[in-house]
Design a binder for this molecule. Structure first.
Ligand SMILES: [Zn+2]
Length: 96
């Protein structure tokens, strides 16, 4: 996947800040030291992978456990479902 959720402090419309999930591009996530991550769609645990040296495989996020119910993964079966052990599924992600 090319986008990931990272838990971070975000500014809200009223000027306050809160700790929330934010969906960001993979390139930004790689710049964060020890980010707290989850899949934006199925809320599953993901790991960041850097691109291969020859560039054939890009920077990406990968599910730790395959989820056939996630369209951001590589084995989607067409029916969206949360991960088996979702991370804070009740908290929505803030878009970019
Ligand atoms: Zn997913």
């Amino acid at each position: 996947m090319q986008i990931v959720d990272v838990k971070q402090f975000v500014s809200t419309a009223d000027g306050s800040r809160r700790y929330a999930w934010k969906t960001i591009p993979i390139g930004e996530a790689l710049k964060i030291a020890e980010p707290r991550l989850r899949c934006p769609e199925c809320k599953g645990i993901i790991a960041l992978r850097r691109r291969s040296e020859d560039g054939a495989v890009p920077n990406r996020g990968e599910h730790r456990a395959k989820n056939r119910g996630c369209s951001l993964g590589d084995c989607f079966d067409g029916v969206k479902r949360l991960a088996a052990n979702p991370i804070e599924p009740d908290e929505d992600s803030i878009g970019e």
